[in-house]
Design a protein around this ligand. Sequence first.
Ligand code: CP
Length: 307
Amino acid sequence: MLKGRHLIEPRDFSLEELDQIFSLSEEIIKDQQAYLDVCKGKLLASLFYEPSTRTRFSFEAAMLRLGGQVIGFSEANSSSVSKGESIGDTIKTVGCYADIAVMRHPKEGAPLLASKKSYIPVINAGDGGHQHPTQTLTDLLTIKILKKDLSNHTIGLCGDLKFGRTVHSLVKAMKRYLNINFVFISPEELQIPDYIKDELEENQYYETASLDEVIDKLDILYMTRVQKERFFNEEDYLRLKDSYILTNDKLSAAKEDLIIMHPLPRVNEISVEVDEDPRAVYFQQAKFGMFVRMALIMKLLGVDKNA
Ligand code: CP
């Protein structure tokens, strides 16, 4: 039963519960008209303490497309947070007005803290360099629909694997499926943290700094941006920001049925010429993000089209 629960990290939900969300997402994709009113009278609070385009807009679009309404802020300075109000007091207050809250915060653990004080379901929309579970739901739905199965894949994760919360969440989630092999492609300074690797079998992953070395072996290539906002000094960022640039030329060695994913936003890491390649699915992925968030909101609120 997902009604009333929080989503702070992907493993808050069992594989069976994730399946329920994906099945509902696919039903919504097939017949959006059937869900126009299911959240009528419900209110989503959208609490974004950090910038966002996809996550915020897709959550807000999801609630509006379900017939619900949205309140919130996209700059913490426009709320009483600027007067020093705590996360706990903020979420308790928001719970007086809204039925469900989605929170993005630069501090790791802030949504978890909020969930412990909250009377309403709290969804983590990204906390610092830690976790981004609804991006993971988006990524898993994309893989399920486009590759037909969540098991039996070699997935290459490329770019900033140190600070990339989408990567951390996706690895934790994908390792629960059968026969998944990870290839971590990054400069030495941006390698995936040990706490993520420690959860994998030694023969389940391979680390390299070279995309060219491994591109022909991948079923899924998950590109990520080097995140300027997580660096302590500009010099390191400038040195590392263009470590990988995916081009049509590089892709000539890749499998015909590869899918190229990216949580977006992109900077330089995928050349725009690649957008025309049928293997590039990142904008489709962004659209699936709205449908999976529609399903998530419905499940956490316990609403159904037949209710
Ligand atoms: N993928 C993602 O989280 O994008 P935004 O930062 O635009 O929400």
